[in-house]
Design a protein around this ligand. Structure first.
Ligand code: CP
Ligand code: NVA
Length: 313
């Protein structure tokens, strides 16, 4: 009997100890060629710059072969069922990554897949991004592999923006590492109460690990990192004009950064819209770590793939 493969659809598919192991592997420049003679299929239903390139390079660094597939080539669920494609891919590839509109579809794919499935971004979650975010925080806070997770405790991340895929995975990742997570957005754009994973996390500690604060100037107070993402995600383009109105006052500006902790850094998953969710001055300014964050996408993708292939630090 074959064992069920481990998937990475959301960051809490890992236990906190496993998440630390993935971060430790991501810090290691030298990993064995765990994908030698093997391939990784990468399906993109949406555009991507960072995710595609970082994961492709991570596969190459582990000596594997990345194979990028456009949705029209396979027509998931149209030409044949999602389960049949998952089982077919499992005949050739050691890992399958998918960037999809529907998280539900990703879950259906993973259920049928005989090999690990990695979420390259869905409407609900972006866990690969959260891995890179946590590595960037760890580096900024000068944490060694041995310092994790304890060194994360007592820090605060303020997220100014909609409770989207990036926010969800980051909130969970922060809570798993003991980092306080405060989200600030107009109430209509906050986490829904039916988002069980987050509300459970919020109840797990006192004061809660994850909470919301409508006023961004209050949310950023004392934060060690201020994070934002686009107001309208891919697939929400029709709402962009409305969201620009609704998010007035939520642009991360230099004035907001002054309210944060003295050494606070600015993070953004990118792509960024200067003048909307963040001012050009902050994005390009001395506190911005967005390029290191982008680079870390590759290191953490490599760490995760190595972990999925059985590596342990
Ligand atoms: N941050 C991120 O996932 O970027 P891409 O959409 O370019 O992959
Ligand atoms: N929330 C954004 C993230 C892009 C990396 C989106 O889903 O479009």
């Amino acid at each position: 009997m074959t064992s069920q493969p481990r998937n990475f659809l959301e960051i809490d598919d890992l236990t906190p100890a496993e998440l630390v192991d993935v971060l430790r592997l991501s810090m290691s420049g030298q990993l064995p060629p765990l994908l030698e003679g093997r391939s990784c299929a990468l399906v993109f239903e949406k555009p991507s710059a960072r995710t595609r390139h970082s994961v492709e390079m991570a596969v190459v660094q582990l000596r594997g072969h990345p194979l990028v597939i456009r949705p029209e080539e396979i027509q998931l669920g149209v030409r044949e069922s999602i389960a049949d494609i998952a089982r077919t891919f499992g005949c050739y590839h050691s890992v399958v990554g998918l960037r999809v509109f529907s998280h539900q579809m990703l879950a259906e794919f993973a259920k049928a897949s005989p090999v690990p499935v990695v979420n390259l971004l869905s409407d609900q979650a972006h866990p690969l991004q959260a891995l890179a975010d946590l590595l960037t925080l760890a580096q900024e806070w000068k944490l060694t592999p041995a310092d994790m997770p304890a060194g994360f405790a007592g820090r605060k991340v303020a997220y100014i923006g909609a409770a989207n895929n990036v926010a969800r995975s980051l909130a969970l990742g922060c809570a798993m590492m003991g980092v306080e997570f405060c989200i600030s957005c107009p109430p209509a754009y906050g986490f829904k109460s039916e988002d069980i994973a987050l509300s459970v996390l919020a109840c797990q500690s006192d004061p809660p690990a994850c909470y919301s604060e409508t006023d961004p100037a209050v949310a950023v107070k004392g934060a060690d990192a201020v994070y934002t993402d686009v107001w309208a995600s891919m697939g929400e383009e029709d709402e962009a004009a409305q969201r620009r109105e609704d998010f007035a006052g939520y642009t991360v500006t230099t004035e907001f950064m002054w309210q944060a902790a003295p050494e606070a850094i600015f993070l953004h998953c990118l792509p960024a819209h200067r003048g909307e969710e963040v001012s050009a001055e902050v994005l390009e300014g001395p506190r911005s770590r967005v390029w290191r964050q982008a680079e870390n996408r590759m290191h953490t993708a490599r760490g995760l793939l190595a972990w999925l292939m059985g590596a342990r630090p």
